[in-house]
Write a protein that binds this ligand. Structure first.
Ligand code: BES
Ligand code: MN
Ligand code: MN
Length: 453
């Protein structure tokens, strides 16, 4: 649409500057040190929504970080799109691995480098700018509501309650989320599923204090050794997970579905090269796309115990711990998997140690429909701006709140993501391509147009 293209080209520099401004705020939700910055970021999002054309904006406090709500209602008879995103970011550490400050965004070779550039400030902000484009050119074809939260990276623990108590306010026809990735700029795609999550913390305790590893070593169980052995036993020689019952509810894809999934463009050699690994790894009998898209996993996210300082200290540690996550697929349930993990972990512990297993936040897996009006609008929007039909893919990441949109609000979601797998989200040197940012702003108005038709 000419009016959109004109408005965008006249305001491109400003659209970029405004995103950089947002990226300068260290809105790390996990670290209480940044609480005031998170709040400041919520206010910045609110101001931006207002300037973009929302006629009602508010900051909704929660027991944790605030939720920003905004809306522009054109006509109550028109359909309503609820845009969800998050303004909080992951911690930036390890800081020494960044080539520039995580909260001092720089543009290099057409890429914006900063924590949150892709996940999710850059992607969320595309919707704010897309609203501006439609509002300022008087072409908004439907009602738009925004719900931008500040606790996604810490499990969205207060958002479920917010949905429960604000059903009327959040009334909509579809949820639109840009917080996922696509294959590439040459191959636009739409994620049609997200994995769930069960996140556990385990502690193994041996002797009542750290011991001299010479005086006692060999006669008392070493909790670090024991923990490593227990963790290693949870995958068999085919890299299957050994927890009894773990696969019981896993939805096995039909041959046709597997074929479709594997027909997406994917270059294993390029994948390995890009990650710097000589060989890939995974569950026997499945391809890489299946392993990340439709199969469940178990991974240690962190492990500690004993002496990790400089030099060598001879010690038999009293305790060892690990944080272990399991990615889940339909129809596994997060609570159920957490339960069987706990039972199994306790059952494999030798009598020489005691075990503590606690569950952190979790989330349910989702699949989104591909035959709905909203999905078709997304498909058509991408086709319009990329000149190619998008490929449906299954994403490996998790956005736990998406299952609650369906359960609490009765709303389906479209995952219109513009990130790339190599955007280094949650890693040092997170980036978002300037081209993807503008492509998103260009595409989103078409989604609204086709959805409202
Ligand atoms: N945006 C990601 C999820 C994502 C990334 C989905 C890429 C698909 C492709 C989100 O911010 C995230 O990081 N989620 C967490 C879970 C959350 C409970 C901390 C995750 O997937 O680890
Ligand atoms: Mn995200
Ligand atoms: Mn994230």
């Amino acid at each position: 649409m000419q009016a959109w293209t004109d408005y965008m080209s006249q305001n491109k520099d400003r659209f970029l500057d405004e995103l950089l401004e947002l990226l300068r705020i260290p809105s790390v939700s996990a670290d209480s040190k940044y609480k005031d910055d998170v709040k400041r970021c919520a206010e910045a999002v609110k101001d931006n929504l207002q300037k973009a054309g929302c006629d009602k904006v508010e900051i909704c406090p929660t027991p944790g970080h605030p939720i920003v709500y905004g809306e522009k209602i054109v006509d109550s008879k028109l359909p309503t799109v609820l845009v969800y995103g998050h303004y909080d970011v992951q911690p930036a550490d390890p800081l020494e691995l960044w080539n520039s400050g995580p909260f001092e965004p720089v543009i290099k070779d057409g890429k914006i480098y900063a924590r949150g550039a892709c996940d999710d400030k850059g992607q969320m902000f595309m919707h704010v700018k897309a609203l501006e484009v439609m509002a300022k050119t008087n072409t908004l074809p439907c009602n738009v509501k925004f719900m931008i939260e500040g606790e996604e990276e810490v499990g969205s623990s207060n958002l479920g309650k917010f949905l429960e108590t604000n059903k009327e306010k959040l009334k909509a026809d579809i949820v639109l989320v840009s917080d996922t990735s696509m294959i590439s700029m040459e191959h636009p795609s739409i994620e049609t599923g997200l994995r769930g999550l069960a996140y556990m913390e385990v502690e193994v305790v041996g002797p009542n204090r750290d011991l001299h590893s010479g005086v006692y070593g060999g006669a008392v169980a070493n909790p670090v050794n024991i923990l490593c052995k227990m963790i290693a036993s949870m995958h068999d020689e085919n890299n299957h997970i050994t927890i009894p019952g773990f696969y019981d509810k896993v939805d096995n894809l039909s041959d046709t579905e597997r074929k479709a999934l594997n027909s997406a463009p994917f270059d294993l050699e390029e994948y390995k090269k890009e990650l710097g690994v000589k060989e890939n790894w995974g569950e026997k009998g499945y391809t890489t796309l299946e392993r990340t898209g439709v199969r469940p996993t178990l991974d240690v996210n962190g492990i500690w115990g004993g002496y990790t300082g400089e030099g060598a200290k001879t010690v038999l540690p009293s305790k060892a711990s690990a944080k272990i996550s399991m990615r889940l697929v339909p129809h596994q349930s997060s609570d159920e998997i957490a339960g069987i993990f706990k039972k199994h972990f306790e059952s494999i512990a030798p009598a020489s140690v005691t075990i503590k297993v606690t569950a952190h936040h979790g989330g349910e897996p989702v699949v989104t429909p591909t035959d709905s009006k909203a999905y078709k609008a997304a498909e058509k929007a991408l086709k319009t701006t990329f000149g190619k039909d998008p490929i449906p893919t299954r994403g490996g990441g998790s956005i736990p709140i998406v299952a609650l949109f369906e359960n609490i609000l009765g709303l389906k979601t479209v995952l219109l993501g513009f990130g790339l797998d190599n955007d280094n989200i949650h890693s040092p040197n997170e980036k978002y391509d300037v081209a993807n940012y503008f492509k998103g702003i260009e595409t989103i108005p078409y989604f609204h147009k086709y959805f409202a038709e």
